[in-house]
Design a protein around this ligand. Structure first.
Ligand SMILES: [Cu+2]
Length: 133
């Protein structure tokens, strides 16, 4: 095997490994990591994401970890690889710092869910990856 072919084989194997890692179904009933969104920290949770309506729970705090109560919170799913962008759903406060929205995902696959928040301390957004089955 020539050195050049060796490099090609290595590149193909690496691509296959990355694709496997990327396509591997992640059972994300556990919360996705907390993300900074402007003056807020947001944690998003969806139990067994699937095609159709999903309940999205959001825990929102300030940078110190105290419950935050932004005036407007919206949840906006997109599938960039396929050019899908869905209209935002409004999340409503269940308790201070805990918001909930219903989000319809029209097809299975990897969704990017953007959470947009605004309130007295400012506005921000964070995007979470969700694998829907
Ligand atoms: Cu799609």
């Amino acid at each position: 095997m020539t050195a050049r072919r060796g490099i090609l084989v290595a590149a193909v194997l690496l691509a296959a490994a990355l694709l496997t890692w990327w396509l591997w179904p992640s059972s994300s009933s556990k919360p996705v990591a907390r993300s900074a969104a402007g003056p807020y920290l947001v944690q998003l949770k969806v139990d067994s994401p699937r095609t159709g309506d999903n309940t999205v729970d959001l825990d929102i705090t300030d940078q110190r970890g105290d419950s935050a109560t932004p005036d407007r919170v919206s949840v906006e799913p997109a599938m960039p690889q396929m050019g899908h962008a869905l209209p935002p759903s409004t999340a409503t406060a269940v308790t201070p710092g805990h918001y909930r929205a219903t989000v319809n995902l029209p097809m299975p696959g990897q969704w990017e869910i953007a959470v947009k928040l605004s309130g007295a301390p400012g506005s921000g957004s964070a995007t979470f990856s969700v694998q829907a089955n």
